[in-house]
Design a protein around this ligand. Sequence first.
Ligand SMILES: Cc1cc2nc3c(=O)[nH]c(=O)nc-3n(C[C@H](O)[C@H](O)[C@H](O)COP(=O)(O)OP(=O)(O)OC[C@H]3O[C@@H](n4cnc5c(N)ncnc54)[C@H](O)[C@@H]3O)c2cc1C
Length: 392
Amino acid sequence: MKQEAGGKDVVIIGGGIIGCAIANQLATHGFKVAVLEKGELGQEASSAAAGMLAPFAEAAHSVPKALADLFEASHAMYSDFVAGLEAETGIQIGHQRNGSLLLATDYQEAKMLAGLLERQLAAGTTIESLTCGELTRLQPGLSPEVQSALFFREDQHINNRRLVKALVTSAVARGVTFLTGTPALEVVVEGTKVRAIRTPMEEIACHTAINCAGAWSGNIGPVPPAVRPIRGQIVELQLRPQFLQHLVHAAGCYVVPWPDGRTLVGSTMENVGYCKTVTAGGILDLLSAAARVIPKLKSATLQQTWAGLRPDTSDNLPILGRTRIANYIMATGHFRNGILLTPLTAELISKLVISEKASLPQLAPFSPERFEAGFADRTQSAGNAPGALTRS
Ligand SMILES: Cc1cc2nc3c(=O)[nH]c(=O)nc-3n(C[C@H](O)[C@H](O)[C@H](O)COP(=O)(O)OP(=O)(O)OC[C@H]3O[C@@H](n4cnc5c(N)ncnc54)[C@H](O)[C@@H]3O)c2cc1C
């Protein structure tokens, strides 16, 4: 099963939440794991995220069934996942089950919510359609312009930055090596297998390599560049007192209340390459959309703004599983839901490594193979033997 490869059993490229969670899980099974991170751990999308664990509110975005099933399975794992990490590390991660409100302020939006209600009830989801009175009692301080509202009681929230910290703390205790400031420059393929990962300092030999490089995943290694960055901007406000008790989703924004009064308003979806600039237009749009449904936000204190890059794919589905180079695995493309999908991704990818199976049934719809056929043809016709398919 597990082999000592002279270097590490498993080298993980990317120290975001996905890479850290997989490293931690593999270490519990006795694997020797190294995580290569070009900057600081969790510094990219995993810090930028708003921390919503909201599979039911995400359903408003017409998610394919295979992905919706992943959302629900991962969501169901969260309480135990967090409780285990908190007990082990002593870090309070800040996990809340506060539910999501979906609000409509005009006829079109109300029609959309009515369609969503019908679909979700048919699918057996616990969802409530609220009268005006019920909405006011559940969440005071909303605009009288709100015409209709749905409530998904099961949606949750997490402090994603603390979660990364807890994962790293746990993984370090289990012997995982984290190499920060260490970019993976090349996935070195010999014959039909990855032999090592090249960094500026050394080549690290490995039995298995896992690409968890988020929005940069397509820039490394012998697979097609199927991942693209989608910028998301966020505004942090301070509301005193914090009167919001639930996640709020409305046209053009979501609003995430934290118990300490911090309130996040997110997020734009922009295809602008590797650019993390915060723009006046982005912030204006977010605050206008949020103040339309929660007018009191106008008196909140503006604390800070930031932007992060979501790892997206052309079909908006994650890329999970072995590539045609069998010991090179992808765990990326989590787009808007990487925090939500973390426990399940860590479990399934670890199972794949431990079992040494070619795939797992749950991973089939997300296989990297869907992007590889054309790429293999192109590289072969360009005269590259498989062993030469390395890119810096
Ligand atoms: C504004 C915003 C809000 C979001 N809100 C939510 C939310 O509420 N709920 C939710 O579930 N999801 C949310 N997401 C999505 C979520 O943040 C991502 O899906 C998730 O963080 C992806 O994790 P990751 O580890 O794959 O990527 P990242 O966190 O981006 O980590 C990838 C890491 O790889 C490193 N790396 C890249 N190239 C190399 C290399 N060559 N060598 C070494 N290291 C490398 C990077 O430096 C980075 O640290 C949000 C995203 C954004 C931007």
